[in-house]
Write a new protein. Sequence first.
Length: 20
Amino acid sequence: MWATLRNLQKMVALLNMAKL
């Protein structure tokens, strides 16, 4: 479960970077 949450956080960070 924690691994999934971490992967989600990484995806969100990448999406935020792409938006910027």
